[in-house]
Design a protein around this ligand. Structure first.
Ligand code: URP
Ligand code: ZN
Ligand code: ZN
Ligand code: ZN
Length: 467
């Protein structure tokens, strides 16, 4: 019940300092030097960073997609997340056509129940609004404590919403104070380019990237920005990949629009050439938007550094290479879109960002935890180390080196896009509400102990936290 984390270097989004942390009943109750509480268990953090638990704002666990379903469910997905320093995930609850939105939310609760090893919340997808679902939406968001809805401008055959639906979603979200997360790519034009490429006889994975040009991400980003602005809503652009989209976000923020942006580890570290490898190897790197030519990476790093992009999501959406990815062996457009990133989010960002000097340790904490907590209504319960906050804590060894490999990762997929990469820095122990989930690199958590997080909706006002 009682623990003292001793001897570590506390790192938050704003500070780095030496202090002990006293935890009781799942909360942080005291922070100070040389704390002694007689009946508290001592957690030795000497030589380690003590950080707020990671918040991954973008996961797809056990999700039906591209005629199949993702390979990581709420068991393997949340165990892998915990190994990677994440103590809360926000997963996308899919909805379908005319089905009641509450039915979709119940389905998502059932997926997580008894399985999640860490805390979680949902973003609610809006694909099509009928008069019934339009009436249901604000009530459901309030009842479920959901502060974020998701709209796809891509995947014309599956999830894509019309501009009219997107605009209506912005209006409703504005009225209730929710943020709208948008996948910004022009899905209709992409579909046409895909058909053209197939007619020309192209089947290889690289055509996934070649049929989704950066201009169509930039254009959709700009469209989402203007529609959100007219509606007066808050916009969060998911998985930003390229200069074209970054430039639109920066321009909007400079005009004072309420626009936030997320990017993901692979866009910062891998490039389009990965899809052009011989044979079918490139399928391991098929997700949307696609990997871009390398020069886009510096635009993403710079935008993160300047806080024009605020968060790092994993976009965990895993399909095994020798399994479901093979659906697209003879047709790139049938390769299930997505990759496994929930576990290595901290390691990649720390190793490629902090140890290279691109970002500071405070910026790192902000990107993997604090900003997401603020944007999605979890702060200060989550996302920081402060008195009364949940004791979601990562003890992070900044020195240790390890090699990323599918042989040792905990995700339920047979490959890792970072196979063979040596990274520096690793979560050693991870606590959720004061209880170990990972202890000395072993999973000791309890499946089903993760709690559903009801978040608080507040009408959007000028005082809305600005980042
Ligand atoms: O390819 C991806 N990103 N798969 C997950 C769905 C999405 O677009 O986020
Ligand atoms: Zn997306
Ligand atoms: Zn070809
Ligand atoms: Zn996604």
């Amino acid at each position: 019940m009682k623990k003292i984390i001793k001897g570590g270097l506390i790192a938050t989004a704003s500070d780095v300092y030496e202090a002990d942390i006293f935890i009781e009943n799942g909360k942080i109750v005291q922070i100070g030097k040389d704390l002694t509480i007689l009946d508290a268990e001592i957690v030795d953090a000497t030589g380690k960073y003590v950080m707020p638990g990671g918040i991954d704002p973008h996961t797809h666990l056990d999700m039906p997609f591209n005629n199949t379903v993702t390979d990581d469910d709420w068991k393997s997905g949340t165990i892998a997340a915990a190994f990677g320093g994440t103590t809360t995930i926000l997963d996308f609850c899919l909805t379908a056509g005319e089905e009641k939105l509450s039915t979709a939310v119940e389905k998502w609760h059932a997926k997580a129940k008894g399985k999640s090893a860490i805390d979680y919340g949902f973003h609610l997808m809006i694909g099509d609004l009928t008069p019934e679902t339009e009436a249901e939406l604000p009530v459901l968001l309030e009842q479920q404590g959901i502060t974020s809805v998701k709209v796809f401008m891509a995947y014309a055959k599956e999830f894509q919403a019309t501009d009219r639906t997107l605009f209506k979603a912005f209006k409703i979200a504005k009225d209730v104070g929710a943020v709208v997360m948008v996948h910004c790519e022009n899905g209709s034009v992409i579909d046409e380019l895909v058909e053209e490429a197939k007619r020309a006889g192209h089947t290889e994975p690289i055509y996934h990237a070649l049929t989704r040009p950066v201009e169509l991400e930039g254009e959709a980003t700009k469209r989402a920005i203007e529609l959100a602005h007219i509606a007066g809503a808050k916009l969060y652009v998911v998985h930003v990949t390229c200069k074209e989209a970054v430039d639109e976000i920066i321009a909007a923020r400079e005009k004072g629009y309420d626009v936030y942006g997320e990017t993901c580890p692979p866009y910062l570290t891998l490039d389009q050439s990965a899809l052009a490898q011989p044979g079918f190897e490139g399928a391991k790197y098929v997700w949307s938007p696609p990997l871009r030519p390398k020069y886009h990476q510096e635009h993403l790093w710079n935008a993160l550094k300047a806080k024009q992009l605020q968060t790092i999501g994993s976009d965990q959406c895993s399909f095994s290479f020798n399994g479901k990815k093979q659906l697209g062996l003879n047709d790139f457009s049938k390769i299930p879109n997505g990759g496994p990133f929930i576990e290595d989010r901290f390691s990649i960002l720390y190793s490629e960002g902090v140890t290279t000097g691109k970002i500071s340790i405070n910026e790192f904490v902000d990107m993997v935890s604090t900003s997401a907590a603020k944007i999605f209504g979890l702060y200060p319960q989550k996302g920081t180390i402060a008195i009364d906050s949940d004791a979601d804590i990562v003890i992070f060894d900044p020195q240790v080196k390890r090699e990323i490999s599918a042989k040792t990762h905990h995700m339920n997929v047979d490959y890792n896009p970072y196979e063979g990469w040596e990274v520096t820095g690793e979560p050693i122990s991870v606590l959720v509400r004061g209880e170990y989930v990972i202890k000395d690199k072993e999973f000791v958590g309890v499946l089903g102990s993760g709690q559903y997080l009801k978040r608080g909706l507040k009408p959007a006002t000028a005082e809305t936290i600005k980042i």
